[in-house]
Design a protein around this ligand. Structure first.
Ligand SMILES: *Cc1c(COP(=O)(O)O)cnc(C)c1O
Length: 412
């Protein structure tokens, strides 16, 4: 280690130079948080409409989550998947009782959950349909993670740049375009079954807060049923109450064959999962594994999230606060017609769509930071708001006021 790595970075805390430079970070260091608020090193307070990118659904330092995790730490943290634990069985039972799914595999992140789904799709295609070289159809502007297979599933060339060869077998179509999806499947299946699965987000998060079209998903569901193709939904960002329904697919009126989840599942503690229906539960002992996956502490975090969603009636709260946020954003669209084009989203994942040629999402995000409001871009032209699900009516008004000031500073 060179001594000059001790030199503090101009913006980060001492030691920042020793952290690999993989992130373009905003010049602020947070030291503590409470609810929807974060404090930086100077003691300045920020309204948090990012929530660790749709992760901290109960806000920061939630007392109930703190208590539950402290107790769990005092009892059992990790024993590996060589053995059973009550927490993992209890969480799998909650997920299957509260979704159309029948069984769950646990891992630690969204990318890993999608890796598991991709392996499942390939094995299902091989075992049940005799597909030797499985094809998986995904959408352009999708986001499924940064590991090699989930990156290959992600239909955004900018993330692929420099990392070829990609994992084979992924084919991209436009989101919400059923004729294009069908045409792609027909082409791939022309010489016999080749398409093992279609993998889509119910609402594209990173790709621009673009909700799925129920008509498209209904037609796709029917096509997949006819052909024996798995319809797998990536619920990593929208699952676990974010949209005002427990799962994003409830907005689409269809059930997937399998779904992945992660971000909000543990309320800030890392945990991911793949949930499947019986008919595609093709994994056998030895097929897939994760050392940390579903350990007692992680499962306790998710069990606590699940219990608090119910106890605090958060789905109804998210519907109401989501409507309030959406109305506020629509007023901003009217108030700043030169900057803003529209607002879209479900519940507490909302996007403010900016006009091309005006300030970018990155510039608006910067301007918000000046107003001590945290938001996050979703692509070049969409400002995404994903606050804690516990955000109050007054806090949403504060966020909207700060966003209005930020937009005002960028020109009417
Ligand atoms: C964030 C995200 C992922 C990746 O999750 P990680 O935990 O960062 O690996 C995958 N899919 C969707 C839809 C996401 O939003």
């Amino acid at each position: 280690m060179a001594f000059d790595s001790q030199v503090s970075s101009p913006v980060g805390p001492p030691g920042t130079a020793a952290v690999m430079n993989t992130y373009r970070r905003f010049p602020v260091t947070f030291t503590h948080g409470r609810g929807c608020w974060l404090w930086d090193r100077q003691g300045d307070r920020y309204m948090d409409c990012v929530a660790g990118v749709a992760v901290c659904s109960l806000g920061h330092s939630d007392p109930v989550l703190q208590q539950a995790l402290s107790e769990q730490l005092g009892r059992l943290q990790h024993v590996s998947n060589l053995y059973f634990t009550p927490e993992q069985a209890e969480l799998a039972t909650w997920i299957t009782a509260n979704s159309p799914m029948d069984a769950v595999f646990f891992c630690n992140s969204g990318a890993e959950a999608n890796e598991a789904a991709i392996k499942l799709a390939r094995k299902h295609g091989r075992c049940k349909r005799g597909i030797e070289q499985a094809r998986i159809v995904t959408a352009r502007a999708s986001f499924h993670g940064r590991t090699m297979a989930s990156l290959s599933a992600t239909g955004q060339p900018k993330y692929h740049q420099g990392f070829t060869p990609l994992v084979e077998g992924f084919h991209y179509v436009d989101y919400n375009d059923f004729p294009a999806i069908k045409q792609c499947i027909d082409r791939l299946d022309a010489q016999g079954p080749a398409v093992a699965a279609v993998l889509l987000e119910p609402l594209q998060g990173e790709g621009g807060v673009r909700p799925g079209d129920p008509g498209v998903f209904a037609a796709l569901r029917q096509l997949c049923d006819q052909r024996g193709i798995l319809l797998i939904l990536d619920e990593v960002q929208v699952g676990m109450g974010r949209t005002g329904q427990l799962w994003g697919h409830q907005h689409l009126g269809i059930e997937p064959d399998a779904m992945t989840m992660a971000k909000g599942l543990g309320g800030g503690f890392p945990i991911g999962a793949l949930a499947v229906k019986h008919h595609c539960d093709v994994f056998q002992p030895g097929d897939h594994a994760s050392t940390f996956g579903g350990n007692s502490l992680a499962c306790r975090a998710a069990l606590t999230m699940a219990a608090e969603l119910e106890r605090r009636r958060l789905l109804t709260h998210v519907q109401q606060r989501g409507e309030q946020l959406r109305r506020g954003l629509e007023e901003l669209v009217v108030g700043f017609p030169k900057l803003c084009a529209s607002a879209r989203g479900w519940g507490l994942i909302q996007g403010l769509v900016l006009r091309e040629g005006g300030p970018s999402a990155a510039q608006v995000t910067q301007a918000c930071l000046q107003q001590k409001l945290l938001v996050v871009p979703a692509g070049a032209q969409v400002v995404r708001l994903v606050p804690p699900l516990t955000i109050s009516e007054a806090e949403i008004n504060t966020a909207l006021m700060r966003l209005r000031t930020a937009l005002g500073g960028l020109g009417a």
